[in-house]
Design a protein around this ligand. Sequence first.
Ligand SMILES: [Zn+2]
Ligand SMILES: [Zn+2]
Length: 147
Amino acid sequence: MYKRVAKNEMMDVFYQRSKEHGLKITPQRTAIYQELLKSKDHPSADIIYKRIVKKIPNISFDTVNRTLLTFTRIGIIHIVEGYGQAKRYDPDIDIHHHFRCIQCNNIIDFHNKSYDNIAVPEEINKQFTVIHKKVVLEGLCNKCRRP
Ligand SMILES: [Zn+2]
Ligand SMILES: [Zn+2]
């Protein structure tokens, strides 16, 4: 298995990237990032808002939404493919892959070295600049799979 980036190192990345991009580190931004770091479920802005409002009652959905987009822009979180639904956010910016349940829409992280090393097709490299490679497997999760 891989060595994962520890949570406290992730906070360092947060502080460092924010500084690099001239983003002020406010208690609200810190709280949103910490909330996301704790999430293993690739939550949508709406779900993060519902969690964060319990701690910061006067925060608005708009602030949460804009903050998540800002975090994405400075590269400290990623957007997971939305499949036409609400954007889902991922605090894990290390290379990893996703299993997505087509029934409950749960998104589960997994690691696989051979997937990491998949080559980008020549014609794609000619036309586009590939920044991330992610393999998405789709199917039924444990909860949704019928015996
Ligand atoms: Zn499921
Ligand atoms: Zn993920």
